[in-house]
Design a binder for this molecule. Structure first.
Ligand SMILES: [Zn+2]
Length: 225
């Protein structure tokens, strides 16, 4: 697999430090499963972080703060979403190329998800909304299918899980990590040889700008209430 588009170093550093919103961390995790280069970079960042941490001088804290931290640790229930989700069809998910970080959302394979109609070429399956309000979803575009022209009110991260799509700035294929800002206007088109499935994280709903925008925008708001 040839991966051409990667998370930038700031994003990878935030992932290593654990300071990234969960929705974005999900996209980076999916990318890491498909990109040995970024796995090697992350390993270096983790070692660097560990070294810096070991060099830090401990400072004294009050007993109240200590007790408060220990209480919070005791109150926090350990939660392992992957192991809590019964492995209903591990083989199906692996055979379908579902990244392990998405097993918590997918029982069997991509077909087992609840896909909502967005347009004749596009279906959407909502996965979750993180604590910051970012929406995590899968988009499924038919071979050769075209999304409408749209802009973003916030940042959009797209991780290509299967197939490939192109837009005004190039071709993006399996494993690629693509970030679009609030000023970007684009129209993704799936390549004709296969369907394209992408993991997307949206800070805010996208805004369609093309001919069908009057009826597509309300549909998407319904999919992302
Ligand atoms: Zn990478």
């Amino acid at each position: 697999m040839l991966v051409n588009h990667h998370p930038d170093s700031e994003r990878l550093t935030a992932f290593s430090a654990g300071s990234m919103p969960l929705s974005q961390a999900l996209c980076v995790s999916a990318h890491l499963e498909m990109c040995p280069d970024c796995r090697a970079d992350l390993d270096s960042l983790n070692k660097l972080g560990s070294h810096v941490f070991n060099q830090m001088k401990p400072s004294r804290v009050s007993n109240d703060l200590k007790q408060s931290v220990f209480k919070q640790l005791n109150d926090t229930q350990t939660h392992d979403p992957v192991s809590n989700s019964p492995a209903r069809n591990e083989t199906g998910r692996v055979a379908s190329g579902v990244p392990k970080c998405l097993f918590q959302f997918i029982d069997d394979d991509y077909d087992s998800l609840d896909w909502h109609w967005v347009s004749p070429s596009i279906r959407q399956a909502n996965l979750c909304v993180d604590g910051n309000g970012a929406h995590v979803a899968l988009l499924r575009i038919k071979p050769g299918g075209k999304a409408s022209h749209h802009t973003h009110m916030g940042e959009e991260i797209t991780m290509v899980l299967k197939g490939a799509f192109s837009d005004e700035s190039g071709i993006f294929q399996q494993g690629d990590f693509v970030v679009r800002g609030s000023n970007d206007k684009h129209r993704p088109i799936a390549t004709k040889d296969s369907e394209c499935i992408c993991l997307t994280v949206l800070d805010a709903p996208i805004q369609f700008t093309g001919y069908f925008s009057r009826w597509l925008n309300p549909l998407l708001r319904r999919a992302h209430p």
